[in-house]
Write a protein that binds this ligand. Structure first.
Ligand SMILES: Cc1cc2nc3c(=O)[nH]c(=O)nc-3n(C[C@H](O)[C@H](O)[C@H](O)COP(=O)(O)OP(=O)(O)OC[C@H]3O[C@@H](n4cnc5c(N)ncnc54)[C@H](O)[C@@H]3O)c2cc1C
Ligand code: FES
Ligand code: FES
Length: 1301
């Protein structure tokens, strides 16, 4: 840790958690604050994306304002702000709020108590975001909480409990916490200060030192590879700029957030402009407000907000504010400046800047200066034409003008989710109209658009056309749409929404503006198009039995790890401190998706200082194959002859630091030959023969006889794209040689397979490889076997170099090297009779396995397809195809989700074809009580990782003793008020043309399949000194609450308090030969095995009449072993059905394709829940993950190289807090113990993901209504994800229908 008085290389100080830290000249210009925190042992702040898009790294900064000197305090992304820029700032990290020693902060307590953590990787960032809000806005309310969390991602919880937690924090709670802080240390008061006077003196001393340190900040600092400048006046800046020799590569640093989008650089001269006081000014003048270049976007918004109330000419401001509060996210707006945003637009004109479009709309101007101090004022359009970099031109200020009060100003931002996304299209319109004369346009209007193409700013031809015309004249409107169609020409970029959609948006948004101008002059049904959707404040309800009679089993308790998660104390593999001599490993990956590898030359990389070695296929002493038990097939660790996908690992660069590793990775020279167009989709792959080894079809009855007996035959198809797991802890491994082999810390869901994989690659004996993992920062299946790409490569590198090696994938590496959820195509033919009774179901389920078919889920899809329905004749053919993409892999509910949801899509098709109510059709076809459900051997084999010879142990079918669905639906009709809401939806759709609603009810039968052989060993160790218990097991705690349930079971069985129990790190030596934690099997098996182990201990210890500690000590002194290992044997656990019902109601904006899930009700069967809060969390989180899959999460590829373009938070759109159902109600089925489940429970991790399909079903209804208005009825294929682009185009909005009538 740098210490205050170590001034050797000091170039300034940062105050972190009340302590000063020197920033030496060794800290590079590109070092980010989070790196500095980690280097100084402050590991509580996490990292996922390095892109400002996940919020894991959020800290709170108190930043002195250049003009007033006062400090503003707010949340920022520590992954973006340069360390050097923080000199003079005060930073608060999660460590400062609370911990297990000093107690927890009210925000941390609230998150714990509301069960707002699962894997906990997002939690410190969430806490700091909320803390930032309380510091910035001392009277925040629930709306502010929702707004503030607009960029903090949580993949596990579904956000509802996080929002509930933070909304519960009262202003008084924070004030009390602040009061309780020691005035000298800033930490929780321990009463150690001798007197308040001493504390005050210490504080004064601290302020004096801070003042001193401020004065020694040098203007220019020479760093290793660059210079860092921090001029304090404009003159100093001009001198600096004019003194640079020609060709100097310089950049200005304001918030540095721009690097997350365009990683320009590296530069030799970095100029931090924040020390120029006058650039922080905000000056209201007669005709405008002038903002200095240092003013952040958040401050622009708040200053604009306040002037509206006091100055005239700014009545239009709420429109600007509305658009700009949807720019990026809260920490980005806090850190990022308006000037950086505009400079990015100048450098990258394709950037759909919200700021720029709004400023064009109001006619704002900027002032720039050249290095000789000459200043010039420009319009926004003129700014775009400047060569800012070449001329070393500097933007000084921005003038936002007044507008006449009768000007109508409208802004729109259409984006693929509710918050934190670039716009597909944004627009700003300014009109002055004569309201007394048919809304005739008085002056030339402004119609500015972003997101069209790099050179498009204004629809000038349409502006000219409209001048003097009446907006009430339908012919004028039609001509305006035609004019727009000819001048708005969206470019076709793979990463952008389709050109057709963007043109439609340009026309529709103009129409929207007209509707809002003409108001009641338009007919009532079309006025629903006048405003974008307004999302109300969200809320939730959770209903469950709090089973207290077996306390603590069945009690609704928060996760036991929650306190250490919310404080950043929880240990993950990423946080294991570095070891002496540790090397950084970074994958060198293929840049062609389908090409021969001619040569790989690492020599240029090895010449880079800090690069130590390069490991590739030739270094493998064992086999170049990471798969062992996973059957069938081989998966290469490193490609040898051919690059099968863009991103495939070719080798691993090893370096002493991350910078050198990046440089080394880029320097390795790879030559390719025989470059072929990559096959990227199922349709393309089907042009070739299917790969060998296809799974067997599942055949029941006689399909042809079934079709013959049918009076209606319905055929169709549905495609569903893949999904990135988005575990927030990226794949990580640390490996180092020991005197007995290798110690490996791997973020794995399957310790033993990782051990075997490493053994296979390195040639070491299994006993020489010890793989450990304490917990995972999310996994969702990605860490079952594909983690072994990282683990085996790291282990191999450690063995070769005989040094510790750590590989922690960057988000973009994780998203490209590792496969995702498989894309699917279902083609089907269904036969029904006139009453809608199923006679025959034929389906071909094709999974895209990526480049190798090792993790194929379509056999599971086949068995799950039958779902809750009875049909005498089934022929379900699971298939897989190969594409030039990463090896797709298990993802929460793999195959099962596809089976259940494709069947629901098919049932919708039948209902529409027959003109029946979709729910009535479903109910008619429900499976009866006592029926059996066929189970494919293939799927069981996959789930148990058994070899083919083991199949004889497996059951053939599960029994459905009683189908609970009819009762659940009856219950649901009351609790979810289905009938009344359905009627309201119908009426709404009749009355509104441009907003449509839909409501669905989806039943689910999820046959939870348990393999006969599935060992998950547990070890319950009782410490005789005090009776405390340490548990290790073969499972993986990845957020699903495995440890909490296990602790509840152990405490119940042994009759001890929960806090008697702790968990130690799991490893392959103490739980050898464990199975994977996946398929909802991990928690169930660990709980069962712990229960059995505890029963055996109890039988030996016999605690009756003795307190536990005395009983243990007595037994021990009598020679009794008080600890126990237990592994389940064959068929100890059995399969059973899990039931669920979901109902979602949506509202769709037909003009833009954006939608809101207004309400979702989920009724889930968890048996007698072992841990209701954990189960509710699984239901909510699973649903929201599924909603993302089916709507916004959209993989994008470059079809020429096969590069996955959606490889970060900028282009990949997972849900945030404002995407979840506005009213989110979850109920666990009351009093339904499951006699065949572990302690009467049922599993809850995977089934609820399926229920998210209710959103798709509801959207179908909304789209159907829109299509009916367009004159089209009947079935239509709805491939998912239902992006805004797809949804809007499905609604068949033709400009001819954009009328006022
Ligand atoms: C996660 C994320 C989401 C975002 N979402 C949106 C969005 O939805 N809509 C949107 O419009 N934007 C969005 N942005 C962009 C964001 O607004 C900009 O990154 C931010 O405003 C840049 O400001 P900065 O102070 O960080 O600039 P910096 O990153 O410090 O600088 C950016 C560029 O500006 C130049 N520059 C800085 N100051 C000057 C100056 N005075 N004169 C000349 N050049 C200068 C720098 O040299 C650099 O090239 C998003 C960004 C992120 C990271
Ligand atoms: S790591 Fe900083 S926002 Fe994701
Ligand atoms: S708990 Fe939020 S990401 Fe896991």
């Amino acid at each position: 840790m740098s210490c205050k008085h170590d001034k050797m290389s000091s170039t300034g100080t940062i105050t972190i958690n009340g302590k000063e830290f020197e920033v030496g000249s060794e800290v590079s210009a590109t070092s980010r604050l989070v790196n500095f925190l980690h280097d100084n042992q402050l590991q509580g702040t996490h990292i996922t994306c390095y892109q400002g898009g996940c919020g894991a790294c959020t800290v709170v900064a108190s930043v002195p304002d250049g003009d007033t000197g006062t400090k503003r305090t707010y949340s920022i992304n520590s992954c973006l702000v340069p360390t050097r820029a923080c000199v003079g700032w005060e930073i608060t990290t999660v460590e400062d709020l609370g911990n297990k020693y000093d107690g927890y902060h009210p925000i941390q307590q609230a998150l714990t108590e509301h069960s707002g953590t699962q894997c906990g990787y997002c939690s410190p960032g969430m806490v700091m975001n909320m803390y930032g809000l309380t510091q910035e806005n001392p009277s925040w309310g629930p709306e502010d909480v929702e707004k503030s969390l607009d960029g903090n991602m949580c993949r596990c919880t579904g956000y509802r409990p996080i929002l509930a937690a933070f909304k519960s924090v009262a202003v008084q709670d924070i004030e009390d916490a602040e009061k309780a802080k020691c005035p000298s240390t800033g930490k929780a008061c321990k009463g150690c200060c001798k007197s308040k006077k001493a504390a005050a003196a210490a504080k004064e001393e601290g302020m004096k030192e801070e003042e001193e340190s401020k004065q020694v900040v040098p203007r220019s600092i020479q760093l290793k590879d660059s210079n860092w400048h921090q001029p304090s006046s404009l003159q100093e800046l001009y001198d600096l700029l004019s003194g640079f020799p020609d060709g100097t590569n310089h950049t200005f640093v304001s918030g540095n957030t721009g690097q997350a989008i365009y990683s320009d650089g590296p530069f030799t001269e970095y100029i931090n402009t924040r020390h120029i006081a006058q650039l922080s000014n905000v000056t209201p003048t007669a005709g405008s407000i002038v903002f200095g270049a240092n003013v952040s976007i958040s401050r622009v918004i708040s200053e604009l907000d306040s002037v509206t109330a006091t100055l005239s000419g700014f009545t239009y401001v709420p429109e600007l504010v509305d658009m700009w509060t949807r720019l990026g996210n809260t920490p980005i707006r806090n850190l990022g400046s308006w000037v950086g945003n505009l400079a990015m637009k100048v450098a990258h004109p394709e950037f759909p800047s919200d700021l720029f479009v709004g400023l064009v709309g109001v006619g704002a101007t900027v002032t720039t200066a050249t290095p000789d101090g000459t200043t010039t004022q420009h319009t926004m359009e003129e700014l775009l034409g400047l060569d800012l970099v070449g001329e070393r031109r500097f933007i000084i200020d921005l003038g936002i003008p007044t507008l006449p009060d009768d000007a109508v100003f409208k802004t729109y931002k259409v984006m693929p989710r509710t918050t934190n996304s670039k716009a597909d299209v944004n627009a700003a319109f300014k009109f002055r109209v004569d309201t007394t004369n048919a809304y005739t346009v008085l002056d030339p209007p402004v119609m500015a658009y972003g997101g069209i193409n790099p050179s498009f700013v204004r629809a000038t031809a349409t502006e000219t056309y409209l001048t003097g015309k009446s907006l009430q004249d339908e012919a004028v409107l039609q001509a305006a749409y035609t004019s727009l169609a000819s001048e708005v020409v969206p470019d076709a970029q793979y990463q952008d929404a389709s050109p057709e959609y963007r043109l439609a948006l340009a026309q529709n948004l103009f129409y929207r503006a007209v509707l809002s101008i003409v108001g009641t002059a338009a007919s009532p049904p079309v006025t629903s198009g006048a405003e974008p959707l307004q999302r109300p404040l969200s809320s939730g309800q959770q209903t469950y039995d709090n089973n207290t009679e077996q306390y603590p089993l069945g009690a609704a308790i928060p996760k036991i790890e929650a306190p250490i998660q919310v404080s950043g104390e929880a240990e993950y593999i990423t946080k294991i401190p570095s070891r002496p001599g540790e090397l950084v490993g970074m994958f060198v990956t293929a840049t062609q998706g389908n090409a021969a590898i001619v040569s790989i030359d690492p020599s240029p990389a090895l010449a880079i200082p800090g690069v130590v070695d390069f490991v590739s296929a030739g270094d493998i002493p064992g086999e170049n194959d990471i798969m062992d038990m996973a059957d069938p097939g081989t998966q290469l660790l490193f490609a040898t002859d051919r690059a099968m996908y863009h991103g495939q690992p070719l080798g691993l660069i090893l370096a002493t630091n991350r910078g050198a590793a990046y440089a080394g990775k880029a320097a390795v020279q790879v030559t390719y030959g025989d470059i072929q167009t990559p096959v990227l989709t199922i349709d393309q792959a089907l042009q070739n023969p299917l790969p060998p080894g296809q799974p067997d079809s599942l055949v029941l009855g006689d399909i042809q006889a079934g079709f013959a007996a049918s009076t209606h035959i319905i055929e169709g198809a549905m495609r569903r794209d893949g999904q990135y797991h988005f575990h927030m802890e990226t794949q990580t491994t640390l490996a180092y040689p020991t005197d007995t082999g290798l110690d490996v810390f791997s973020s794995t869901q399957w310790l033993s397979e990782t051990q075997r994989s490493i053994s296979k690659v390195t040639g070491l004996k299994s006993s020489e490889v010890n793989v450990s993992c304490k917990r995972l920062g999310g996994a969702f299946g990605a860490k079952i076997d594909q983690c072994n790409i990282v683990s085996a490569a790291t282990a191999l590198a450690a063995l070769k170099t005989r040094r510790p090696v750590r590989v922690q994938l960057d988000l973009s590496e994780n998203m490209t090297i590792i496969g995702w959820r498989e894309p699917y195509l279902n083609t089907y033919k269904i036969g029904v009779d006139d009453a809608g009774i199923l006679q025959a179901v034929q389906s071909t389920l094709i999974a895209d396995s990526g480049y190798v078919g090792v993790d194929v889920s379509s056999p599971a899809a086949a068995i799950f397809l039958m779902g809750c329905y009875k049909c005498p004749n089934w022929e379900i053919t699971p298939q897989y195809i190969l594409t030039n993409t990463a090896c797709n892999t298990w993802t929460r509910t793999p195959g099962m989700l596809e089976g259940v949801t494709f069947m629901e899509d098919m049932m919708d098709h039948v209902a529409i074809q027959l003109g029946m109510d979709p729910l009535e059709l479903r109910q008619k076809n429900f499976i009866p009580d006592g029926a059996t459900r066929m189970i494919s051997k293939d799927i069981i084999r996959i789930k148990s990782r058994c070899r083919a010879s083991d199949v004889k142990f497996l059951p053939d079918e599960v029994t459905i003793p009683r189908n609970l669905l009819p009762d659940m639906i009856t219950h649901f009709f009351t609790t979810a008020d289905v009938e009344q809401r359905k009627a309201a939806v119908t009426q709404f759709n009749q009355e509104n043309k441009w907003k449509k609603r839909g409501m669905s009810v989806m039943p689910m039968l999820f046959p939870y399949l348990v393999p006969s052989i599935y060992p998950l060993p547990v070890l319950v160790s009782v410490n005789v000194g005090d009776g405390t218990i340490t548990i290790t097991h073969g499972g993986a705690e990845c957020g699903q609450g495995l440890n909490t349930k296990v602790a509840q079971v152990a405490a119940y069985e042994l009759g001890v308090a929960l806090d008697t129990i702790t968990f130690a790190t799991n490893n392959t030596h103490n739980s050898a030969n464990n199975q994977t934690t996946g398929g909802s099997l991990g928690s169930a098996f660990c709980c069962h095995n712990v229960s059995e182990a505890c029963k055996l201990i109890k039988a030996r210890v016999n605690p009756d009449n003795l307190d536990w500690k005395t009983a243990v000590q007595t037994a021990y002194s009598n020679g009794v072993d008080v600890s126990q290992r237990y592994v389940n044997g064959v068929d100890e656990l059995v399969s059973y059905p899990v039931y669920g019902v979901g109902c979602s109601e949506v509202e769709l904006d037909i003009l833009t394709g954006q939608f809101i899930v207004q309400r979702t009700d989920l009724l889930e069967d968890a048996g007698r829940s072992m841990s209701p809060l954990v189960d509710v969390g699984q239901v909510e989180g699973g649903f929201v993950m599924g909603q993302g899959l089916f709507t916004s999460e959209h993989p994008i590829y470059d079809p020429t190289t096969g590069q996955r373009l959606s490889d970060g938070t900028w282009l990949y759109k997972h849900p945030y807090a404002k995407d979840i159902p506005v009213d989110f109600r979850v109920e666990l089925l009351h009093d339904t113990p499951n006699p065949t489940g572990v302690l009467n429970s049922k599993i809850s991790q995977e089934p609820p993901v399926c229920l998210s399909f209710s959103v798709v079903m509801a959207l179908r209804q909304a789209v159907t209504s829109a299509r009916q208005d367009a004159g089209t009825t009947g079935w239509f294929q709805m491939d998912t994800p239902l992006t805004t682009d797809r949804l809007q185009r499905l609604c068949l909005v033709d400009p001819s229908r954009l009328t006022l009538a």
